[in-house]
Design a protein around this ligand. Structure first.
Ligand code: PBG
Length: 325
């Protein structure tokens, strides 16, 4: 009778390791975020996010061509408007930066899947994700603005609407608005579980969306809570979400796992800006092996249950996959 179990038999060489590998990363799993800015001839690196750029419309197609060549099927668009105001009027403007980008990309690259982030914080002067009155972020009033934004994005060519604002009832409101406008066929990817996270710091630099007063803790979730994540996901499913997102990713792998166990919808993990910048900074210092760390991290999201990963590393990952490393 044997005295102990020999696990190493199945780790002895690369062929057997490949044969018993449980999770695989495919280029189809990746969604690449793009920051579109107004102006001309702009391709400017975001200082806190090396390798990530602000791109103006006239430079957008070249950026996207690279994404397509790498086999990445989808991008998510974030707009950085030149003008902001109290109610975020650029968010649902027909000539808004995202609407223009959507029309341009749909025309130039009909087979690229276009996801529109639907939020107000980049467009409002106060930097909050909803409408503000007397220092308060108003829920139900915000739903009207968000719905109008989603409909205008669909009209401009968005294939999918991804609301990230964390107001209550946004999936319900946006679904109704899309249906009424004839966009029954446009799915909603809900940022269902979005924490009030310090990991969004570099994104707020990139999107100029730092709140000008207070913080987002009256609408984004407390990082200490996991059961609440299930309530958030359940309500979004009931309201008609087609896919769910958990955000951020790394510090919330348990939440990804739980959401995947309980809900059958496709699940996206958002590998957010702070997670990206930490890796970049450490790699630049020679403290970690960037490629190995990124692949381990992204595989971790898959193992936890994510079907898709929204990540600023997407182009690098696609390149590494192509090279078969
Ligand atoms: C907008 C939005 C944010 C992110 C995506 N959409 C920022 C925030 O909520 O403050 C963060 C993404 C990232 O950090 O990569 N609501």
């Amino acid at each position: 009778m044997q005295s102990f179990i020999r696990h190493r038999r199945l780790r002895a060489n690369e062929p057997i390791r490949r044969m018993v590998r449980e999770n695989h990363l495919h280029v189809e799993d990746l969604i690449y975020p793009l920051f579109v800015v107004e102006g001309e001839g702009v391709k400017e690196e975001v200082s806190s996010m090396p390798g990530v750029y602000h791109v103006s419309l006239d430079r957008l197609n070249e950026e996207v061509e690279e994404v397509i060549q790498l086999g990445i099927p989808s991008v998510i668009l974030f707009g950085v408007p030149a003008e902001k105001d109290e109610c975020g009027s650029q968010a649902d403007h027909e000539q808004g930066i995202v609407q223009q980008a959507l029309r341009q990309l749909k025309k130039a690259f009909p087979s690229l899947y276009l996801i529109a982030d639907t939020c107000l914080c980049q467009y409002t002067s106060h930097g909050h994700c909803g409408v503000v009155e007397d220092g308060e972020i108003l829920n139900d009033v915000s739903l009207g603005r968000l719905t109008a934004t989603a409909v205008s994005q669909a009209r401009a060519g968005a294939d999918m609407i991804a609301p990230s604002n964390m107001m209550d009832g946004y999936v319900y409101a946006i679904r109704r608005g899309l249906d009424e406008a004839g966009f029954h066929h446009i799915p909603i990817l809900s940022y269902a579980v979005k924490y009030a996270s310090a990991f969004y710091g570099p994104f707020r630099d990139a999107a100029h969306s730092t709140p000008q007063f207070g913080d987002r803790r009256t609408y984004q979730m407390d990082p200490a809570n996991a059961r609440e994540a299930m309530r958030e996901a359940a309500s979004d499913v009931a309201e008609g979400a087609d896919m769910l997102m958990v955000k951020p990713g790394l510090a919330y792998l348990d939440v990804i796992y739980r959401v995947k166990e309980h809900f059958d919808l496709p699940l996206v993990a958002y590998n957010v800006s702070g997670e990206y910048s930490m890796v970049k900074a450490a790699a630049r210092n020679g403290w970690i092996d960037e490629q190995k760390v990124v692949m381990e991290m992204i595989t971790g999201f898959k193992r936890a249950g994510a079907d898709l990963i929204l990540t600023y590393h997407a182009k690098d990952i696609a390149r590494w996959l192509q090279e078969g490393r």
